[in-house]
Design a protein around this ligand. Structure first.
Ligand SMILES: Cc1cc2nc3c(=O)[nH]c(=O)nc-3n(C[C@H](O)[C@H](O)[C@H](O)COP(=O)(O)OP(=O)(O)OC[C@H]3O[C@@H](n4cnc5c(N)ncnc54)[C@H](O)[C@@H]3O)c2cc1C
Ligand code: FES
Length: 370
């Protein structure tokens, strides 16, 4: 009887987190976690789905009149019922649209859009054995969620957490991590600073390397490794560990390359292959005609950009999230034409196949079902 859009419009005046069907969450707490980094505790409405420790969600907010969506890892242990909460920890990226908004402008009472949880870096039903967490910078966030979940199970594994930060001012969750490693003898915490001298006894220094890992984790071959951080860190961690440990699972946070090409880093993607695809695409960039089937609109888009970036450059705002090919929010059917997957370098021309706009570029005139 009631149009959901109309319902949402009117009900928003009573409570901005009420909606007919949209998953929304209200900021109920804001804590400064470290320099340029805040934790936001969110109270979800009933449309927000469940999540597992180690997963991420796409968070949206209006920034300068435009809806912006990015992925953030959930750092708390999942809970149920009316007291259910989500927490995210956001580090401000210089010039970054959403991170700057969330760290500097967002306040208690603000309402954010929340997408479904995604990500494979989760706990097995019965965690056991020796685990090694490798966290760099804001890559600590999903690993913090997993550490808290393991602590809630009274630490069923031998856990070593190596945590790299550029400077001490960037360290997040330090007190809690130290308290957990004191409470659980099976947990060991090692902080490593890369752009400052180590100043606390027991701290290590320097970028991740084979010799550093050999010193800090003598029995690497007995460990399952979980790595998270910027793309370059994840690639190095993979090179150093993947062939020498029991299992290796990693997630990279690095977004689209500054060159303007979406380059997924980590997540099992060969970063050198990406770089080659990007360089090739740039060297031979031209424009093609892209038809948006639903509106009939025709655009000329560069073949040197991901389709997502090219559409955004034309003022469009297609759904997106991670911008790295992981969350699938930007998937849309390619009705006809040829695209290249910028992660694998593969070209695809089959009609009516789904493409991820953030990691695909146009190779010919295209029709997209948007
Ligand atoms: C699965 C996943 C989980 C994530 N979880 C977290 C999290 O828990 N906490 C968190 O703080 N971030 C996390 N991120 C990164 C986050 O999604 C955004 O990319 C980041 O907050 C920047 O968004 P922005 O809108 O501020 O920057 P944008 O406006 O997208 O970018 C502005 C400029 O900054 C550069 N840039 C963007 N992100 C970074 C970065 N991370 N490091 C260096 N330069 C960058 C871009 O290339 C661009 O030039 C995660 C990313 C992924 C893919
Ligand atoms: S935005 Fe996440 S897969 Fe494209």
């Amino acid at each position: 009887m009631v149009d959901p859009e109309v319902f949402d419009f009117w009900v928003r005046h009573l409570n901005p987190a009420w909606s007919w069907s949209r998953p929304l969450a209200t900021i109920v707490e804001r804590r400064v976690e470290a320099r340029d980094t805040v934790t936001l505790v969110l109270k979800p409405n009933r449309h927000v789905g469940d999540f597992l420790a180690g997963q991420h969600v796409n968070v949206s907010a209006e920034v300068n009149g435009r809806r912006v969506t990015r992925s953030y890892s959930l750092t708390n242990v999942p809970s149920q019922g009316r007291s259910r909460r989500l927490s995210i920890t956001v580090k401000r990226v210089e010039g970054g649209a959403l991170s700057t908004h969330l760290v500097q402008q967002a306040r208690v009472g603000d309402v954010l859009g929340i997408g479904p949880a995604f990500g494979e870096m989760t706990l097995p039903p019965q965690p056991q054995g020796r685990w090694l967490f490798l966290a760099a910078g804001s890559g600590i966030t999903p690993l913090m969620g997993l550490t808290r979940a393991l602590a809630a199970q009274r630490m069923p594994v031998d856990l070593t957490l190596l945590y790299w930060v550029k400077t001490h001012a960037e360290l997040c969750f330090l007190q809690e991590l130290r308290a957990l490693s004191t409470r659980f003898p099976r947990m060991r915490l090692q902080v490593i600073v890369t752009h400052e001298a180590a100043s606390v006894p027991g701290e290590a220094q320097g970028l991740i390397s084979a010799s550093q890992l050999a010193e800090l984790v003598p029995k690497l071959s007995e460990h399952q490794v979980f790595a998270c951080g910027p793309g370059g860190f994840v690639v190095t961690a993979r090179e150093l560990c993947a062939e020498r440990c029991q299992a290796f699972i990693a997630e990279g946070f690095t977004p689209a390359a500054p060159s303007g090409i979406a380059g997924a880093r980590g997540n099992g993607v060969d970063v050198n292959a990406n770089a080659n695809v990007e360089a090739e695409a740039h060297a031979h960039a031209s424009t093609v005609r892209v038809t948006l089937q639903r509106t009939g609109r025709e655009l000329r888009l560069s073949t040197g950009l991901s389709l997502l970036e090219a559409l955004e450059a034309e003022g469009l705002n297609p759904p997106s999230g991670c911008r790295m090919g992981v969350c699938h929010s930007c998937v849309c059917p390619r009705v006809e034409g040829t695209t290249q997957d910028m992660q694998s370098g593969e070209t695809q021309s089959e009609a009516n196949m789904a493409v991820r706009l953030c990691v695909s570029r146009a190779c010919s005139d295209l029709t997209l079902d948007i």
